[in-house]
Design a binder for this molecule. Structure first.
Ligand code: C5P
Length: 221
């Protein structure tokens, strides 16, 4: 039996990669599948929450009962997140937002005339950091995918982006990260505590994360 421990909460979940267009047929992106964020959105709905899912391009079906907003670029994701924010009590940012986007999007397909090609990139808005500044009493959960110095980097991001809980992923480990149906992570909290989540399915990990979210909301909310 699923506990309805998120009844009365409105979760805003982001998932998937973003795509940053180079020209009408090409983009810069990453390997995110969206599976972790979709698992969280599905599980939150089952636990009684209202859920808005802002999703980058994935091949996953919109979860039943979840308001799903599809976006492509980081700039579009930011706009959709800000539009959904007022109603949200909890924000979980599982999306792998592209850090950079091309400075110019060519109007036509770039032809392969030159022997080399330089594409200049500029920084995307950091949606999570922005949310950290305006979150009010909402609970904010971030994800940190790293390939080195996992805990140190994740702890830094927790502080810098003012999040309440960070899900730290070493995406170089077998069984963790972008493509598969399993994950390995560590949950970091503001008070310095942390918790190891061993290899498990993304559905089980979603349940565990949401259990902690429900507990934190009871404490503060
Ligand atoms: O890219 P980074 O490792 O800093 O991502 C950590 C967290 O910040 C993730 O939860 C991600 O969704 C969020 N993020 C964001 N906007 C960005 C980059 C990251 O919201 N431009």
């Amino acid at each position: 039996l699923t506990p309805k421990d998120l009844a009365g909460e409105h979760l805003l979940v982001t998932a998937g990669p973003t795509q940053e267009e180079i020209d009408p047929v090409r983009f810069v992106s990453n390997h995110s599948s969206g599976k972790m964020g979709y698992a969280i959105a599905r599980a939150a709905r089952r636990r009684g929450a209202e859920v808005t899912l802002v999703s980058g391009p994935t091949c996953l079906d919109a979860p039943w009962g979840v308001e799903t907003v599809r976006v492509a670029s980081a700039v579009e994701m930011r706009a959709a997140v800000m539009a959904a924010l007022p109603a949200a009590t909890v924000v979980i940012k599982a999306a792998a937002v592209a850090d950079y986007r091309p400075v110019v999007r060519a109007a036509g397909k770039i032809k392969k005339n030159a022997d080399s090609l330089v594409i200049e990139l500029e920084k995307n808005p950091d949606i999570l950091a922005e949310l950290g500044g305006i979150k009010g009493d909402r609970l904010l959960v971030g994800f940190a995918a790293e390939t080195a110095d996992l805990l140190e980097n994740a702890r830094k991001k927790l502080v810098a982006k003012n999040v309440d809980m960070m899900v730290a992923n070493d995406v170089s480990l077998e069984g963790a990260g972008f493509h598969g149906d399993t994950n390995i992570a560590r949950l970091l909290y503001r008070d310095g505590a942390s918790e190891e989540l061993p290899l498990m399915t993304k559905d089980d990990m979603a349940a565990l994360i949401l259990g902690r979210v429900a507990e934190l909301r009871k404490k503060t909310g």
